[in-house]
Design a protein around this ligand. Sequence first.
Ligand SMILES: Nc1ncnc2c1ncn2[C@@H]1O[C@H](COP(=O)(O)OP(=O)(O)OP(=O)(O)O)[C@@H](O)[C@H]1O
Length: 254
Amino acid sequence: MSAAFFEVEQLSLSFGGVKAVRDVSFSVGAGEILAVIGPNGAGKTSLLNLITRVFDASSGSIRFNGHEISRLARHDVVRQGIARTFQNIELFEGATVLENLLLGRHRADHGNFFSQMFNLPSVQRAEALSRERVEDVVRLLDLAAFRHRPVAELPYGVRKVVELGRALAAEPQLLLLDEPASGLNPEETRRLAYWLEDIQAELGVTVVMVEHDMSLVAAVANRVVVMDQGQVLTDGTPAQVQADPRVIAAYLGT
Ligand SMILES: Nc1ncnc2c1ncn2[C@@H]1O[C@H](COP(=O)(O)OP(=O)(O)OP(=O)(O)O)[C@@H](O)[C@H]1O
């Protein structure tokens, strides 16, 4: 395994009296897929919201590529190369698949206001590059048949893939996925596993994935962090955590 590329140390978050995340520490090597599992309310989504700066941590640090990012503005986290998907799909429903993917690119673009206003050659070059990258994503995720369809018309399973594509269009180094398999049928979940393997193998993207579906976790995760009541209960390979009596007890609420 490569050296820690993404690292969370002693991270905490409180909502009033509720300690949603308590002294959470873990690290991820470049190119790894890490799954974060745990019962409802364990603090998994809160953890992703801390990483993407939706919330301010009460304490602790988040290091990405050797840089502390726990105090960055939200858009700067995206520019550092971190993209995410959401538990409830957040796409522009009236826009087409291609338009949604292009919006994913624009979030990561660096062009300034004046160069965009005057449509300078640098902006035109960036647009052309964006279109090429988006076509790469369309090919990778097999979305060609849907590229001009408004997202609102698409089945739920395809919308989930479009959301993954929008995150990938930003060319992230770290991809955060919040329950990518929720609402998918077993066949769609198997296809998602293949795509995640392709993303890891072909793009070398590091993935932190919050997921309840153990078939997906077992198929793709190199390592699993188990959370319960805001804390890390244990970590290990998918087989190790599935066999751990503490993990079984946490899920059963005993
Ligand atoms: N915006 C908020 N305001 C107040 N409390 C919150 C907020 N978001 C989460 N919480 C609380 O923080 C705790 C952790 O919630 P979180 O959504 O992070 O858990 P989770 O592991 O993602 O759960 P699930 O698997 O159900 O999505 C819960 O007790 C939840 O009620």
